[in-house]
Design a protein around this ligand. Structure first.
Ligand SMILES: N[C@@H](CCC(=O)N[C@@H](CS)C(=O)NCC(=O)O)C(=O)O
Length: 308
């Protein structure tokens, strides 16, 4: 069975950077399909059924939405349990939640609007910046979180950097002598902050600064570029892998449902619910272009509702 992991992503995506570094750390070879920075994403929408966020991973006719399930897949392929979110210790789970639920947004809101616009202009040009800003406003429509700005965002950044600096005083990585999931989850919002503010992290946090260099040096491993058509062919020529059989007793199995993130980017994906465990749900989508595709989502942070 061909288990090559295909990552649909864009270079500036922090969540994608988390996964790229995990692939670098584990040495799992991967194929890269570059996506536009904003929807529509013709390279991956037909596979996922319109999931709004990036990254998305794919192994044949199985499609993985959200870095929670993507990390589980990387951990499985690499036999690296320290990267599996289901194995995170309580302390690590706290760091991961703070980094991804709070610091990620503070990393944008904590940068002055002038600097932020300057960064966008450099990356996207004038028209691209307007389009990007309008798209990100749409992303937050109906969101259940309110990103902090200004002083509140800066305080969140500072408090996180302080916690991290203390945690890294005695060890090379949060995971000890080698990085675990908490390292990659803590890294990517800081990478976003450094990229957006176009400044290195504050020198006051020396432990964080040297850890940041160590994590960045891991790199992206064995990456090969693939065309969208190559990814489509991988889905077309494979059957979805056997289902884990979870949730057999649940009345919703076999029912048409829609699954959507509950925090932001709440665009639903519709399909037949075919598997439901404590941490993952799987939708079956019948497509003309690729045949049957299974789309995997985490349970945490996602809602399942009966399709209208
Ligand atoms: N919880 C999601 C968050 C993903 C996320 O917010 N990704 C950002 C990019 S790093 C995104 O999708 N932004 C909107 C977009 O790219 O359309 C995950 O772990 O994958």
């Amino acid at each position: 069975m061909n288990e090559t992991l295909i990552l649909h992503h864009y270079e500036l995506s922090p969540y994608a950077e988390k996964i790229r570094l995990m692939l670098g750390q584990t040495g799992v070879p991967w194929q890269s399909v570059l996506s536009p920075e904003q929807p529509p994403r013709p390279n991956v929408d037909p596979l996922s059924g319109g999931y709004r966020r990036i990254p998305i991973a794919q192994i044949g006719a199985d499609v993985f939405c959200d870095t929670f399930v993507i990390a589980e897949e990387v951990a499985r392929l690499a036999d690296a349990p320290a990267l599996d979110p289901r194995n995170a210790s309580e302390d690590d789970a706290r760091i991961i939640a703070t980094a991804e639920e709070k610091v990620f947004f503070a990393a944008i809101g904590g940068v002055s609007p002038v600097t932020l616009i300057g960064t966008m202009l450099r990356n996207f040009g004038v028209v691209g910046t307007i389009k990007f800003a309008m798209d990100r406003a749409r992303l937050m429509q109906g969101a259940t979180i309110e990103p902090p700005t200004g002083k509140r965002a800066q305080e969140t950044m500072q408090s996180f950097l302080e916690t991290l600096d203390a945690a890294l005083a005695q060890r090379e990585f949060l995971g000890g002598t080698s990085p675990n999931l908490a390292d990659f989850s803590a890294f990517h919002p800081l990478w976003l902050y450094a990229t957006t503010s176009r400044r290195p992290l504050n020198a006051r946090y020396g432990n964080v600064r040297s850890w940041y260099e160590r994590v960045a040096a891991i790199g992206h491993g064995t990456r090969e570029e693939l065309s969208p058509e190559g990814a489509f062919e991988a889905a077309r020529s494979a059957d979805p892998r056997p289902l884990p059989g979870d949730g057999a007793g649940d009345a919703r199995i076999g029912v048409e449902v829609s699954v959507a993130p509950s925090d932001y980017g709440t665009v639903p994906v519709e399909g037949t619910l075919v598997s439901l465990s404590a941490t993952r749900c799987i939708l079956k989508r019948e497509t003309e272009a690729f045949g049957t595709v299974h789309v995997h989502f985490p349970r945490r942070g996602f809602s399942i509702s009966t399709a209208s």
